[in-house]
Ligand binder design. Structure first.
Ligand code: ADP
Ligand code: ADP
Length: 221
């Protein structure tokens, strides 16, 4: 599903990722953990094609679904992302003027899905996430946990093979965080997605199929 080989990243003189090699299987839930500044977000951004690894490194490669993403141009990458990848961030970034249902539909419209089909899929996802009573609510009418679940539905609307999440529960209280974490496992069971999650939440890291510890730009075995 994901195979990263010799992934390096420098920002100027700062060598942030110092040779990451990893494989993630389809349907795996992987937690990326480590101290602040270790390079977790950078790694997630690179795996999610939002940032690019240093391609001057010999034999570096990043394959997602057997596609060599380091060889794609920006336009191909944008299409690939919209079709195959989903993203969840610490702060949900829902559009305040739109309802929950509309927010979830937006990525489907970018993908040119018909309105009725998008709304049907969005409704199904929101119901699965326990938000059937919230379809017509705007973000400011929802709790933090509900807002984040809407963001999860938005990440899933185009049925991505992989969902990347950066501190998805970082802004939630303990109860809402627990609920969100359980939903990742429920979603995997129902739809089979792969989840790659940067988290400081120890409970989530222990629940995951695998925990990758990043320290000083490398994976600690
Ligand atoms: P983590 O997610 O583990 O806290 P990050 O991947 O966010 O770590 O950051 C790793 C290091 O790279 C930090 O020292 C950070 O300041 C630096 N860094 C991250 N993004 C950039 C950037 N766009 N430009 C320059 N330095 C960056
Ligand atoms: P582009 O202009 O190429 O779309 P962006 O950095 O705006 O580049 O986003 C790249 C991709 O990352 C988007 O196509 C989208 O799939 C994903 N993405 C970025 N930010 C968000 C977000 N806040 N919520 C959901 N997906 C996002």
């Amino acid at each position: 599903m994901i195979r990263a080989t010799h992934i390096h990243k420098k920002y100027g003189n700062l060598h942030v990722l110092k040779g990451i090699d990893l494989q993630i299987a389809a349907g795996e839930i992987v937690a990326i953990v480590g101290q602040s500044g270790a390079g977790k977000s950078t790694l997630l951004q690179i795996l999610g094609t939002l940032d690019k690894a240093d391609t001057s490194v010999a034999n570096c490669e990043l394959r997602i679904n057997d596609v060599d993403v380091l060889k794609m141009n920006d336009r191909e990458l944008a299409n690939f992302r919209n079709q195959s990848l989903g993203f969840i961030f610490q702060f949900h970034q829902l559009l305040p003027e739109f309802t929950a249902l509309e927010n979830v539909c937006l990525p489907a419209f970018i993908g040119k899905t018909k309105t009725a089909d998008a709304e049907k899929e969005a409704t199904r996802l929101l119901e699965f996430l326990g938000l059937s009573e919230r379809l017509q609510h705007r973000p400011n009418e929802l709790s933090g946990g509900e807002q984040q679940r809407v963001a999860v539905a938005r990440a899933l609307i185009n049925r991505p093979a992989v969902v990347f999440a950066d501190e998805p529960s970082g802004n939630l209280d303990t109860k809402a965080a627990k609920h969100l974490h359980q939903l990742f496992f429920d979603l995997r069971k129902e739809f089979g997605q792969t989840f790659v999650i940067v988290t400081h939440n120890e409970e989530l890291a222990e629940m995951a199929d695998r925990k990758l510890v990043i320290s000083d730009g490398k994976i600690l075995i």
